[in-house]
Ligand binder design. Structure first.
Ligand code: ATP
Ligand code: MG
Length: 357
């Protein structure tokens, strides 16, 4: 019997609620499948941990996580702690040492969900956005001097390396190659940013030589936002920098109907450390503790986790169960205009899993 060690980290806000739901669904997947078991260990790192210990996680946190096969993460961020502490102190302090350099964000319009794009039918929108997750605009390099004075200077330096760009573009080509349409769009802003973005374009053309069966094109990020709205059917796999893909994937999540549905995976493609799976949404304190958080994004990311672990049949079975549930408006949470609770949706997905072939 195959066995996987999973680290479950709810974090802040609705994070613990959706991660608890995700663990319940994952365990049901394992029972239903019969071929593998999950050994889940909970971690209480996050803003409450910070209030007691002065840090978001222990100094050796990333090292503790190394022994796991995968990490299920909820959300991080609290109104009373600055974002640069919460985000850098937990999420980025895990992603960077574990070298989860590919942030992968699939977007589809699930059955029963209404997209704001009225001119597009569900199956016509099927994207995966690959976000560079280790350097670029969010490298943390920069500084501020002469704070508050008229001569104040602030800099955020975007750092892009040939090795970093090559590996993310190669990952995106490989992913595009594995999908039926074998289509990749490389997004940059090389008309206005004339150093690193030009290097991206050059590296894309070089890496493309290794993938003659993949059709690829280049887009400037501003034009890309229009294309996502006006001609979503022309897109499939998309690769962009840390900042650009961050913005494009929020747009993608909105076009798919709700932030409560959108999943993401922080992948270590070399598999020398665990990958981390999380919903795209944040802590959502406005609905925390009310039992109405949409758990679908967490279920979808759990399916990505199963696929990454090599349990593709279980992953596919989970997505079919999720789709059966989203197709029923009586099982929509308030963010989708319904009245269902996190618990009702979770139980319904588990029930659909038990009845699935
Ligand atoms: P963060 O800074 O942590 O990213 P944010 O302020 O950007 O947080 P999110 O938490 O991402 O906000 O969510 C924005 C809004 O979307 C929330 O206020 C909430 O109402 C809604 N929302 C987000 N996730 C969900 C969910 N899973 N279920 C229902 N509603 C959600
Ligand atoms: Mg946010």
């Amino acid at each position: 019997m195959r066995s996987y060690k999973i680290a479950a980290m709810g974090g802040d806000g609705i994070g613990p609620e959706v991660v608890e739901a995700g663990v319940q669904v994952l365990k049901t997947c394992a029972e239903r499948d019969g071929g593998f078991t999950l050994d889940v260990q909970d971690f209480d790192w996050g803003s409450d941990y910070y209030r007691t210990h002065g840090v978001m996680m222990p100094a050796d946190g990333a090292e503790q996580l190394r022994q796991f096969d995968a990490i299920l993460f909820g959300a991080v961020g609290a109104p009373d702690i600055p974002d640069h502490i919460t985000l850098w102190g937990l999420r980025l302090s895990i992603c960077q040492p574990l070298d989860q350099y590919a942030n992968v964000r699939p977007t589809r319009i699930l059955p029963g969900i209404t997209s704001p794009l009225r001119h597009v039918s569900g199956p016509e929108l099927d994207w995966v956005i690959v976000r560079e997750n280790s350097e670029g605009e969010y490298s943390g390099v920069g500084g501020r001097v002469h704070k508050g004075l008229p001569i104040e200077v602030a800099q955020d330096v975007s750092v892009m390396t040939r090795a970093g760009v090559q590996r993310i573009i190669r990952y995106a080509f490989r992913l595009a190659q594995s999908r039926p349409r074998k289509l990749l769009t490389v997004v940059t802003k090389s008309n206005a940013q004339r150093h690193a973005m030009v290097m991206w374009d050059e590296i894309a053309a070089e890496v493309a030589q290794e993938f003659p069966d993949v059709t690829w094109d280049k887009m400037l990020v501003d034009a890309m936002t229009m294309r996502m709205v006006m001609k979503p059917q022309t897109l499939d796999t998309i690769v962009a920098t840390n900042l650009h893909a961050d913005i494009l994937s929020d747009l993608a999540a909105a076009l798919a109907g709700s932030l409560g549905i959108a999943p993401t995976a922080n992948i270590n493609p070399e598999r020398d450390a665990p990958s981390m799976f999380e919903p795209i949404h944040g802590s959502a304190f406005d609905i925390t503790g009310k039992g109405i958080a949409n758990p679908v994004a967490t279920f979808w990311t759990a399916a990505m986790m199963l696929e990454h672990l090599g349990e593709k049949p279980a992953a596919d079975r989970l997505m079919r169960a999720v789709e059966r549930v989203t197709a029923d408006p009586a099982l929509h949470t308030p963010d989708l205009g319904g009245k269902a609770t996190t618990r009702q949706v979770t139980d319904a997905v588990c029930e659909a899993l038990r009845r699935a072939n």
